[in-house]
Design a protein around this ligand. Structure first.
Ligand code: NAD
Length: 362
């Protein structure tokens, strides 16, 4: 198992260090190599994604990524800004499938913007195609309208498109992920209005025939957005296109109430993956030792599950995180009265200790 470790900027190095600590306690054999990306890479290599980092990422089975972003480089031309590192990795590794679990931990139920009885027990997974759709479709641009409501006026336009192979591959990822969970999948589209969505719906239905053991339905995006805040627990896995997924995954993330807890995975066709917390480099708290490392630790668990087929080890990490929360330890972002505030390192240590305790007890 070869892992490229890319801490990046801001709190990246602090949170990645805790994830490595946790991986090292699992008795699995890893080969790890570190690489630079983001502002730190720009500072030493004049580019946010140096060739050496890209090479290492390509050769590794998985990339464990911290975060990039540094206000000192915000004035650079866009291709040289730190954030281009993550976009470049996604593009060059062909990471088309973005997986974002939204889990509301029992102890953090109060942090959600929804009522506790709606989010208590929430555990869902949103799978979004991340390389297609109207975000990438050509042609796009500005032109003079030849028809529509105002012929002759300036207009902006984009192209929504999906090919059969693009839909098939993301549908397979989703059905397989549903099989590993509660075997329920909802495909979200806007087939009542959009040709692209009707095509999406037809192809996902075809793929569903390969997975008779997975309960499967379709939902329009407007209804899905409503159901997510009305009755989020009825979802298990959602699969959708790039734009709808972009919106729904942020909506679902907020249901859990805590950005420092949310992991993510981006997979390519050979199950090579990039794993990262959903949050950014948090420059406002970098170097203070107070960042929450749990999203990164949970991203490492996703890496074990999806890239290395080590579901058991992933479960051990996830169960340890639940234990640590149950014991009342909280980093500043999830702190509430009556709990114990700890720093980044102490939170990582607590997860390690819980894994060790269970191994000894088991
Ligand atoms: P952010 O997610 O970095 O921070 C938002 C707020 O959440 C901040 O107050 C921060 O302190 C807090 N926060 C974030 N992660 C936390 C953690 N683990 N523990 C405790 N608190 C945490 O978003 P932002 O401030 O909008 O962006 C900062 C930089 O990160 C920008 O340069 C942005 O471009 C970049 N960014 C990078 C990624 C990525 O690397 N994938 C994603 C989003 C933003």
């Amino acid at each position: 198992m070869k892992i490229a470790i890319v801490p990046g900027d801001g709190i990246g190095a602090e949170i990645i260090a805790e994830a490595i600590k946790v991986l090292n306690v699992l008795d699995l054999k890893f080969e790890t190599e570190f690489a630079l990306a983001g502002g730190v890479a720009y500072a030493s290599h004049s580019h946010p994604l140096p060739e050496a980092t890209l090479k290492l990422a390509r050769e590794a089975d998985a990339v464990l990524f911290g975060a990039v972003g540094d206000w000192r480089y915000d004035q650079l031309d866009r291709p040289l800004r730190p954030e281009q590192a993550i976009l470049g990795l996604r593009k060059h590794l062909g990471l088309f499938a973005n997986l974002r679990p939204a889990i509301c931990y029992e102890q953090l139920v109060g942090a959600s913007s929804l009522k506790p009885e709606l989010v208590s027990g929430l555990d869902m997974l949103i799978i979004r195609d991340a390389t297609g759709d109207v975000y990438f479709g050509q042609p796009r641009g500005r032109r003079t309208a030849v028809d529509g409501h105002f012929p002759g006026a300036q207009e902006g336009f984009d192209t929504m498109r999906y090919s059969r192979p693009e839909i098939e591959r993301i549908a397979h990822v989703a059905f397989q992920a549903a099989r590993e969970r509660n075997r329920r999948l909802t495909s979200v589209d806007k087939a009542n209005v959009l040709e692209t969505s009707q095509f999406w719906r037809d192809i996902v239905t075809e793929v569903s025939k390969d997975y008779p053991d997975v309960e499967f339905d379709h939902m329009y995006i407007d209804n899905a957005a409503m159901q997510l805040v009305k009755a989020p627990r009825k979802f298990d896995v959602i699969v959708t296109g790039n734009m709808f997924g972009d919106i729904l995954s942020d909506e679902a993330a907020m249901l859990t109430g805590s950005i420092g807890m949310l992991p993510s995975a981006s997979l390519n066709a050979s199950n090579q993956g990039l794993y990262e917390p959903s949050h950014g480099s948090a420059p406002d708290i970098a170097g203070k030792g107070i960042a929450n490392p749990l999203a990164t630790i949970l991203s490492a668990a996703m890496m074990l599950r999806f890239s290395f087929n080590q579901a058991d080890a992933a479960n051990r990490i996830e169960s340890a995180v639940k234990d640590v929360l149950a014991s009342g330890l909280r980093t500043v972002d999830i702190y509430s009265e009556g709990t114990t505030k700890v720093g980044t390192c102490a939170m990582g240590d607590a997860v390690v200790a819980s894994i060790r305790r269970k191994a000894t007890a088991g």
